[in-house]
Design a binder for this molecule. Structure first.
Ligand SMILES: Cc1cc2nc3c(=O)[nH]c(=O)nc-3n(C[C@H](O)[C@H](O)[C@H](O)COP(=O)(O)OP(=O)(O)OC[C@H]3O[C@@H](n4cnc5c(N)ncnc54)[C@H](O)[C@@H]3O)c2cc1C
Length: 449
């Protein structure tokens, strides 16, 4: 590590707005000089305890934004650079769901993750899993925890579309006995892999890495906004489920009065606010990993035309990347924990077309804008443009939109204006954005010809 890096600590990353709030720095700091705090803008950031930092810069070396060298991570995890710059290293792609139909119904998109965690625990391959749950006292917040029993794994079911400082608990994995699985977003997995690179004990303890395909997270204010559109105030909420109870489903809110409210995810304020990057973390606009490329297995919603038309119970796409991941899926099928079918890598890509282009092509256009406006851009994006697709002219028109939307949702006056904007206008605005990202990935893939 260069001397200039040593002089810096994680607060540099926070002040640049690059922090994803993953929590890795706080868990790994040998001086315990960092705490993870909830901010007024509805996310988590590390804070330095004055006088405790010894400038070892370990926090910087595990931070996904400070140390975003994808090549280095790929060599560490897979032994080389991936041939496929859109999907990353992969072994095979599948669609699938868990064999237990009631679990499949409750999960976000088929329950493969929860079924596999239960399978690993029951078969004695792991002693615990680093997962997430909705906070009991404040159902708008979600928190990480280590699940060690079947009931605890069941309590972690479901996607929470809010920031969670998952990796804050890596120090618990280090201090406790056993073998573990981790489930996280791409930013979490980057932090975990960096930490494993630095710490062999951690590497030996984490046996399975499950990644959620992730376009972005939205601050807790985003959830509040959607609730407002459902006619619900934050104080009334007793329980909240972002999705689940069928597929693709929607937000299910139980009020303290006992009343239940439901808002479908697709074609409502839910999808427009989340999909339009309102209330998003700025870091998510700089993240170039959609498919959770550092996992043993990545999981996504099976947004494929045939499945969307026919399936009401939930189906996931699973992309295996390591022998560990592929072997696990196959044994889980043999032992009847899950059901899977082969899927072509091209179809896996198509299922996430718009977001893929946003992460892997539009990024260069966004980086150009940020540079013009005097913002710093992470090294990986600046120096490795050949790792991405070449942006089109339309990408340059689309690029500023997300920053405008983030700005609107952070500004007190404009946020109020957003509340009264007609829904149809919002839909058309996002459609225009998607049109600008017009997909052209077909010609770039071997398996699509
Ligand atoms: C913020 C976010 C963005 C996503 N974006 C996309 C997308 O663009 N396209 C797409 O196809 N799929 C996306 N997904 C993934 C999708 O929603 C499903 O989670 C995934 O298909 C797995 O479904 P499942 O039924 O197997 O999971 P389940 O069996 O329901 O289990 C979910 C698991 O994910 C963990 N988890 C939930 N939320 C978080 C979180 N915020 N951080 C860390 N771990 C978490 C839980 O602890 C649990 O272990 C996203 C998920 C999240 C949380």
């Amino acid at each position: 590590m260069k001397k200039s890096d040593r002089d810096q600590n994680i607060t540099t990353i926070v002040s640049r707005g690059w922090c994803s709030g993953c929590g890795t720095c706080a868990a790994i700091c040998p001086q315990k000089a960092l705490t993870i705090e909830y901010t007024a803008d509805g996310r988590y950031i590390p804070r330095l305890i004055q006088g405790k930092c010894n400038h070892c810069a370990l926090c910087m070396s595990v931070c996904p934004a400070a140390n975003d060298n994808f090549d280095q991570l790929n060599r560490f995890v897979f032994g080389g650079i991936p041939e496929d710059k859109l999907l990353g290293h992969y072994t095979k792609c599948y669609t699938g769901y868990c064999a237990d139909s009631s679990l499949r119904w409750k999960a976000t998109s088929g329950g493969l993750i929860t079924a596999l965690l239960l399978y690993l625990l029951r078969s004695g391959r792991i002693d615990g899993a680093l997962v997430t749950r909705i906070n009991k006292d404040d159902p708008l917040k979600a928190e990480p925890f280590i699940a060690r029993s079947e009931d605890e794994i069941l309590a972690s079911i479901g996607s929470k579309y809010v920031p969670i400082p998952l990796n804050r608990l890596l120090d618990q994995i280090l201090s406790e006995q056993g073998r573990f699985a981790v489930v996280g977003l791409p930013c979490h997995l980057h932090g975990i892999r960096h930490a494993e690179m630095k710490n062999k004990k951690l590497r030996d303890k984490i046996h399975y890495h499950f990644g959620l395909v992730c376009s972005r997270t939205m601050s807790i204010h985003g959830t509040e906004f959607i609730l407002h559109k459902m006619g619900v105030s934050r104080d009334e909420v007793a329980e909240l489920k972002y999705r689940g109870d069928g597929w693709p489903s929607g937000m299910i809110v139980t009020l303290k009065s006992g009343e239940r409210k439901y808002l479908p995810m697709l074609g409502t304020w839910w999808s427009e606010i989340f999909g339009g990057y309102y209330f998003s973390n700025y870091y998510c606009t700089l993240c170039t990993d959609l498919f959770a490329e550092m996992s043993d297995i990545s999981f996504a919603d099976a947004y494929l035309p045939d499945i969307i038309k026919t399936d009401k119970n939930g189906t996931s796409i699973a992309i295996t990347r390591t022998t560990v991941g592929d072997r696990l899926l196959k044994t889980a099928v043999i032992d009847k924990a899950i059901e899977i079918s082969d899927l072509s890598p091209g179809a896996a890509l198509r299922s996430q077309k718009a977001m893929l282009l946003f992460k892997k092509r539009n990024i260069s256009a966004r980086a150009a804008y940020l540079t013009i406006f005097g913002k710093l851009v992470p090294k990986n994006i600046r120096l490795n443009q050949n790792k991405f697709l070449r942006p089109t002219l339309l990408d340059y028109f689309a690029a500023p939109t997300v920053y405008v939307n983030i700005f609107i949702s952070k500004n007190r006056v404009l946020k109020r204006f957003l509340k009264y904007i007609p829904f149809t206008f919002l839909v058309l605005y996002r459609k225009a954005f998607k049109l600008l990202l017009a997909p052209h990935i077909k010609s770039q893939r071997r398996d699509e010809s």
